[in-house]
Ligand binder design. Structure first.
Ligand code: FES
Length: 612
């Protein structure tokens, strides 16, 4: 292992590892020119390598560490313990922490950067294992750039796929003529809705049966957003495949489109899903894909009995995961006549189950291989492009490779749901929350996929952090002619927590209660029931969940201490005397997230002992 590779491993600079070889080469080029680079030079050198998982703090640390190692200097161990809490923040009585400078001096910059990363604020005793860094088990192969990703294969006879997408937000395909494209030398297949059996499905990577609605088919005669599927091509080269796309003639009947969920629900709005074979759309006429809701206690009575009622609306927008590795899949027949799907997915078993009926193959004739994923963030928690690539292998008998361009990632992959969240909160004079009413209007784009479950998690997370006797949640997931959202880190929680914590802050300010005190007064505690989970627990409704361990009050207290909350009015605390133009802003928010489905999800492990 080269010292640069070792430095990247030691500092924990490798998450998915997709960007790592590029970062290592950039580092090598820098150190060949400059044996003792500054942090600014390290940042500049790495700036050409985009990283979406690790970020740049640790790689910058790795560059400086590698340079020191290559100069023959001893580097301090990366012990993960960092500098103790007190020396960073003091005990609420010191000056501003001595944070690493953002650029400049060589000297002790490396020591600061290496020492700083982890700050333990818990007074727990030291342990042998917990709290200490371990090199990632697969860090060496990633640092060496071994062929671990989906696209790191080149099969004999492999064809290249390309996708024709809709230029219209809403249109019916009156006619489609692929004759010229099929006649292009090097083209082996062109598939349109006329060539693929119509099988209704839902693409979200979820346990069977997929939550409703089921509103998709592999290729349709109607398009519902700019970027929706129109036709797929397999050709000898990517260039020929793209050329063939240009030759496909499509006659569209352009339909009125709607982009705002509330407009989409109104009478007379364009009906996005008018197909008769969609399954379990809540109200197709009004574009409501699905609804959900629950009530604990009596919210209207609770609001009426409250001393203060505050209503606020928060909006969160659509965001794309932008994993550095795009969606990519390779499909081929193996020697046992099984269809192999080598794909960058977070849900290989769901892909196999979901793709089987679309292809007309039994599950046992499909093998899904999930190599290392170059960043997913939820965007690959979907059966997204595997069906089209597999259809092309079925049509040609040849291995086919299909990779989304970055443009397709934005138009035709997945994203985070935009939501409009309205809270009504009832508070008593003593600061106790008495009623919380949460209504979510979620934009699920052109298809339902994860709309129900993401929206439901928004309700769970938005009504679980604080005690409240009367709570209500209502969700409407609404179709629009926009690219389709899906799973994205936090799965509905970030939307909810942004709104909830903004609300908590605004209530505290409006009622004159200290925001930290207000949270502490209402924080959920051990023994409390998470009341919304009984009604909204996915697949396990009626299953009561109680808080069995919880340190939320301690979190709020420690967080407050760490930022010097009780000194927020002290100019010595908020103004750096050496840099008086720099002010410290203090704010408090609590976030929680749970994953897996209590009482339903399960895990298992097998242990095998080898001869040695
Ligand atoms: Fe950099 Fe994943 S570790 S993109």
């Amino acid at each position: 292992v080269h010292p640069i590779q070792q430095a990247f491993i030691d500092t924990g600079s490798i998450q998915c590892g997709y960007c790592t070889p590029a970062m290592i080469l950039a580092t090598k080029a820098l150190i060949e020119k400059e044996k003792n680079p500054t942090e600014a030079q390290a940042r500049e050198a790495l700036s050409a390598a985009l990283c979406r998982c690790t970020g740049y703090k640790k790689p910058v640390e790795a560059v400086l560490r590698a340079a020191a190692m290559m100069r023959g200097e001893a580097v301090p161990p990366v012990n993960g313990g960092g500098i103790p809490f007190e020396s960073v923040f003091g005990h609420g009585s010191g000056s501003l922490p001595d944070l690493p400078e953002s650029s400049g001096g060589r000297g002790d910059t490396i020591t600061k950067l290496i020492a700083f990363p982890v700050t333990l604020i818990s007074p727990q005793p030291q342990t042998e294992v917990v709290g200490h860094p371990e090199p990632k088990v697969d860090a060496v192969k990633l640092a060496k750039g071994r062929p671990v990703f989906t696209d790191d294969v080149d099969l004999p006879g492999m064809l290249h796929a390309a996708l024709l997408t809709s230029p219209h937000a809403h249109a019916r395909i009156k006619n489609i003529d692929a004759g010229k494209a099929r006649a292009l030398p090097g083209v082996h297949a062109v598939l349109t809705y006329k060539d693929v059996e119509r099988v209704i499905y839902a693409s979200g990577g979820q346990t069977w049966p997929n939550p409703p609605p089921w509103d998709q088919v592999s290729l349709d005669s109607k398009v519902r957003f700019v970027g929706d599927r129109v036709a797929a091509v397999a050709a000898e080269s990517p260039e020929t495949a793209r050329e063939a796309l240009e030759l496909i003639e499509v006659d569209y009947e352009i339909l009125p489109a709607v982009f705002d969920p509330e407009a989409a629900m109104r009478d007379g709005a364009p009906m996005i899903h008018d197909e008769p074979d969609a399954v379990k759309i809540h109200d197709a006429q009004h574009n409501i894909a699905i609804t959900s809701g629950a009530e604990h206690g009596n919210v209207e009575k609770g609001l009426a009995a409250s001393d203060v009622v505050i209503e606020r609306t928060y909006r969160v927008h659509q965001v794309q995961q932008a994993s550095i590795e795009p969606h990519v899949v390779v499909t081929y027949w193996d020697e046992d006549d099984r269809l192999v799907i080598r794909t960058s997915t977070q849900v290989p078993f769901h892909v196999r189950r979901m793709v089987a009926p679309l292809l007309g193959l039994p599950v046992k004739r499909i093998r899904v291989i999930k190599p290392r994923v170059g960043g997913g963030f939820g965007g690959k928690q979907e059966m997204l492009i595997e069906d089209l690539c597999a259809h092309l292998t079925l049509a040609t008998g040849r291995p086919v490779r299909f990779e989304y361009t970055r443009e397709l990632e934005f138009t035709s992959a997945r994203s985070r749901h935009a939501q409009k969240i309205t809270y009504r909160a009832g508070v008593m004079k003593d600061g106790a929350l008495h009623a919380l009413d949460m209504r979510v209007v979620e934009d699920t784009g052109a298809y339902g996929t994860h709309g129900l479950t993401v929206g439901t998690v928004t309700g769970l997370r938005g009504l679980s952090t604080y005690r409240c006797a009367n709570q209500r949640f209502r969700l409407e997931a609404v179709y629009t002619n926009k690219p389709v959202p899906g799973a994205f880190r936090g799965y509905g929680a970030p939307q909810a927590l942004f709104a909830l914590e903004s609300l908590m802050e605004e209530i505290a300010v409006e009622t004159g209660i200290d925001p930290v005190e207000f949270r502490l007064k209402n924080a959920i505690r051990v023994g409390d029931e998470v009341v919304m989970s009984r009604a909204l627990g996915e697949g396990k409704e009626g299953y009561a969940q109680y808080i069995q361990s919880c340190a939320l009050p301690e979190c709020i207290e420690q967080g407050g201490a760490a930022i010097g909350w009780d000194r927020r009015a002290d100019p010595k605390w908020v103004i750096d005397p050496n840099r008086p133009h720099v002010r410290r802003g203090l704010g408090m928010a609590a976030c929680m997230h749970g994953t897996a489905i209590a009482g339903m999800d399960m895990g298992a492990a097998s242990i095998k002992m080898n001869d040695d």
